[in-house]
Design a protein around this ligand. Structure first.
Ligand code: MSP
Length: 663
């Protein structure tokens, strides 16, 4: 009988439903997915969960704004989150929603256990509350702003149920001491220990002022406060009150951003201790991805969306970048330029190139079958040793969540292979028996190295490594490779190679960035009415966002739709090129009421000086966007001409007043 596998339960936070996923959320979910794939390849029975946090005042407000009942609003949002994760290949084993019946039962059950054990009491609370973060702000006075989001707090008094968090100071400190790996990284652990040492206040866990929440049975209008509700999702995802049946609890790894570490390492273990339930083994807090040195938020207009990146570069490129660019645990800056540089440098020129060169040479010289290696030379052994050593090192780094370093080691091996090929020059060897043998050894060595780096990088690059694996003629799927059994020398001679597939086609940096930005702008700021595309192209906000298109009868729009777009006559005041963006010009345009800065994708066709004084048509009621870091506040209208879509600026043959509206 097969041995029972050891279990591994990894979670992402459950995300709020008042917004949609950006790169920050994608980061956590990607890491969870990498861990899930990696642990499977190490022989674990893995469950990964994610989900949506659907209660609270913010949702109440957002639903009201959308004019739909809360239940409908959250159902739509949960569908959108789930659909995006599916689209990105980040499908978790369980997707938990806090409105699921199973979750509601679990929260009520956990509360009952805490209450029966004497850790819950009724009281009154008055404090400053931040409705955006769903938290009372400790030590805040009326008029203070929330230290996290900077928005004003509100004074709130209400009858609450309290959780006796104060009783858990010592048990928590003992627990941290006994399990030093519980909080990671180390710096966060120290932070939490000093926080707990500073004393813990009891915590209000229900609300009477909020309607949209899980009811406290028999205690209406009390509903559970978001954190008691939300954290419990980790338990409800794997069986709730019947968690023992599923055998997955306790969680082995809660992945969170540093913003919510305290909830996970103080409140959550305390709730579980109070209920006498098993405690999670580890909470890992990663840093933030910042945009222009600030945390992303829709209100700041600096969010980066995953979809446009994936359409231009592919999901593996995004996954690779997120894990390679910053040390896990620290903050990092997100930049499209750095992303494309990594794509071209490490993926196209690195793994992609090694795979296609190796396959092409085997194809040409050995009729597409893995050659049988002959006599080895010291440099072959040296490369084999480097690869063999890398296996252990990479596994150790993955285990420590040192993703950037694991990838660095793998890419070190790829670089060594490139160097080896450059010195050995198999392509320059002739057809004599000795030279054929040498060629066979060199190409087998390279192919074997490729097989190993492919298996090692699979958790991070699932799609492309599956292609390389098939290219190497491997029959079983790379997802089921057992990393513990991965050894140098397993590549069988005579294995027929599979079909070559494009892996990472090189892309010009400025073109890639412009395409991503244009798509992101379209997603954040959709063109009114899908199917009703205007018959001219607009060149601000990233050219190509709106393409020339003659509206067919099926997609006619009403005049009221056209009226939503405000277009005015503007006059160009200044025009200059933008460093690093070949296609963009930065213009200032007088639109009568004000002077606007607008970026237009016309740099390849218009000299900046020739535009000064020219009258143009400006779409003036678009939300401002940043293009290549430069603010653009409007669009200049142009026709898109010829197969290259050359922009030709719309203009007037008669004199028109600046600021006049086009109707
Ligand atoms: N609903 C709570 C979590 C409850 S868990 C029981 C919540 N939701 S959230 O939608 O705001 O998601 C926060 C999480 O998203 C962070 O902890 C982090 O995992 C991720 N990130 C959000 N913005 C981020 C960045 N800019 N950078 C990296 N991760 C970020 O909090």
């Amino acid at each position: 009988m097969a041995e029972k596998k050891e279990k591994f339960y990894v979670t992402t936070p459950i995300y709020y439903t008042n917004g949609l996923p950006h790169i920050g959320h994608t980061y956590t979910t990607v890491v969870a997915d990498v861990v899930r794939r990696y642990k499977k390849m190490r022989g674990f029975d893995v469950v990964m969960t994610t989900g949506t946090d659907e209660h609270g005042v913010n949702v109440e407000r957002a639903a009201k704004k959308a004019g739909v009942p809360e239940s409908e609003f959250v159902a739509r949002m949960a569908d959108a989150w789930r659909a995006l994760w599916d689209e990105l290949g980040l499908t978790a084993d369980e997707f938990v929603r806090t409105t699921d019946l199973q979750h509601v039962r679990t929260v009520q059950w956990l509360f009952r256990l805490c209450k029966e054990n004497g850790y819950v009491y009724k009281g009154h609370y008055t404090g400053q509350y931040c409705i955006f973060d769903n938290a009372f702000v400790t030590d805040a006075k009326p008029g203070d702003n929330c230290p996290d989001c900077g928005r004003p707090t509100e004074t709130l008094t209400e009858e609450n149920y309290f959780f006796k968090l104060s009783a858990f100071q010592k048990p928590l400190l003992d627990f941290y001491r006994k399990f030093p790996d519980f909080i990671q990284p180390e710096s966060r652990r120290n932070e939490i220990i000093s926080f707990v040492e500073g004393g813990l206040k009891d915590l209000s866990i229900t609300r009477t002022t909020v309607r949209w929440g899980i009811p406290v049975p028999g205690e209406e209008p009390h509903v559970f406060y978001v954190w008691f509700d939300a954290l419990t999702a980790y338990l409800s995802a794997v069986g709730g009150p019947e968690y023992e049946k599923r055998g997955m609890w306790p969680a082995d790894l809660h992945l969170v951003g540093k913003d919510i570490i305290r909830f996970h390492t103080v409140y959550w273990p305390a709730f579980l201790m109070a209920a006498m339930l098993p405690l999670p083994r580890q909470v890992w807090a990663h840093g933030w991805f910042l945009m222009d040195a600030a945390k992303m938020s829709k209100s700041k207009g600096n969010v980066v969306l995953p979809r446009p990146i994936v359409s231009v570069l592919g999901m593996d490129a995004l996954r690779y970048f997120l894990l390679r660019e910053v040390v896990f645990g620290q903050d990092g800056n997100f930049s499209y330029e750095a992303l494309v540089t990594r794509y071209n440098g490490d993926l196209a020129n690195g793994l992609g190139n090694l795979a296609s060169r190796t396959a092409a040479m085997i194809e040409k010289n050995f009729e597409g079958r893995v050659p049988k290696p002959a006599e080895r030379e010291p440099q072959d052994d040296a490369l084999a040793k480097e690869t063999r050593d890398a296996i252990g090192e990479v596994l150790e780094r993955y285990d420590k969540m040192e993703f950037a370093r694991a990838l660095e080691t793998i890419w070190g091996v790829i670089a060594a292979a490139d160097k080896y090929l450059t010195t050995e020059q198999p392509w320059a060897l002739g057809n004599s028996e000795a030279e054929q043998s040498r060629k066979a050894t060199v190409l087998w060595t390279t192919a074997e190295l490729l097989r190993i780096v492919t298996a090692l990088s699979h958790p991070v690059l699932p799609d492309s490594t599956a292609k390389v694996w098939a290219l190497l003629g491997q029959k079983t799927s790379v997802t089921v490779v057992e990393l513990d059994g991965l050894r140098w020398g397993q590549l069988a001679a005579a294995t027929p190679l599979g079909k070559s597939q494009a892996l990472f086609p090189r892309i010009e940096k400025s073109e890639a960035v412009e395409r991503i930005e244009a798509m992101a702008n379209e997603e954040l700021n959709p063109t009114p009415e899908p199917g009703a595309k205007p018959a001219a192209s607009a060149t601000g906000h990233g050219s190509g966002a709106v393409t020339a298109h003659a509206a067919g009868p099926a997609n006619k729009i009403g005049i009221e739709d056209f009226a939503k777009v405000e277009m005015r006559v503007g006059q160009v005041k200044t025009a200059e090129r933008i460093v690093g963006a070949d296609k963009l010009l930065k213009l200032t345009v007088d639109i009568g009421s004000e002077i606007r800065q607008i970026c237009a994708g016309i740099a390849q066709y218009y000299e900046p000086d020739s535009l000064i004084g020219r009258k143009v048509v400006v779409v003036t009621n678009l939300a401002p966007r940043k293009l290549r870091g430069v603010e653009s506040n409007g669009m200049i209208v142009a026709a898109s001409v010829g197969p290259d879509g050359r922009p030709v600026l719309a203009g007037f043959h008669e004199d028109v007043e600046i600021g006049a509206r086009l109707k």
